[in-house]
Structure formats: C-alpha cells, structure tokens
Write a protein that binds this ligand. Structure first.
Ligand SMILES: [Zn+2]
Length: 129
C-alpha cells in the first residue's frame, strides 16, 4: 500500500536526521550547520544549501527535556531504592549527569529538527530548490 502522507521528495529522512544529529548539513553531510553552540548558519559553508528557512523554535529544548526526563527519573528511582546513597551524593551525581546530558543533546536535537524540516520541505525549504 502506498503511503499517502509521504511528501514527494528526493530528500531521504533518516540520512538527513543522522547528519543533523551530528550537527552537519542535511544536504551534504560535511558542512557544520551551527556557528556557535546553538546559533544556526544561514547557509552551509560547503554546499551553500540555504538553511535560513529552519524554524526549530522550542523543539530542541522540548525533546531534550522529554528524553533526559524519561531517562533520569527512572534512574533516580532505581538508584534511590537499590543503593540509598547520601542525599548530597545522589544530588551531585544526578545534577551533573542531567546537566551534561542536556548540554550534549540540545545542539544535536536542534540539528536533527532542522534536518527533519529540510527533508520534509517544511517552511521555506520547498522554495529554495
Ligand atoms: Zn552542505
């Protein structure tokens, strides 16, 4: 059966998502799409793909909280029930772990969201062809 929700495009979704997650251009896979921690470049420095149409907004932060929360909450429960560490030890380990994982995921999820919008021709990405 044919998938009627698919957008007719030559842009493959999963390779683009992998490139975006590694903070590379979804089109060529080699140009960095972020010029600082979270600032998106207007164009890819390698293939000149126009990236100015991306509208990531709060998506990366939402996904980061969703993933980190669903990982850390059960781990916190398991650590507390199984090991009963000192409260300050528990707070220190989970505080550092949560902040580190969030800072790791945030720019990568931003790249993945920009790549998703690029692959699905969302916003102005369909006009830039
Ligand atoms: Zn590129």
């Amino acid at each position: 059966m044919r998938d009627t929700t698919a957008v007719p495009t030559d842009r493959q979704l999963w390779p683009a998502l992998r490139r975006g997650f590694s903070r590379k251009c979804p089109n060529c896979g080699s140009g960095p799409i972020l010029k600082s921690y979270l600032k998106l470049r207007e164009t890819c420095p390698v293939c000149r793909e126009d990236l100015s149409h991306a509208r990531a907004d709060d998506g990366p932060a939402y996904l980061t909280i969703l993933i980190v929360g669903h990982l850390m909450a059960p781990l916190l429960h398991i650590a507390f029930v199984q090991f009963r560490p000192e409260p300050l030890v528990l707070f220190t380990i989970f505080g550092i772990g949560t902040i580190t994982l969030s800072l790791y995921l945030l720019p990568r999820l931003k790249g993945a969201i920009v790549a998703f919008q690029w692959a699905r021709l969302m916003h102005g990405f369909s006009d830039s062809r």
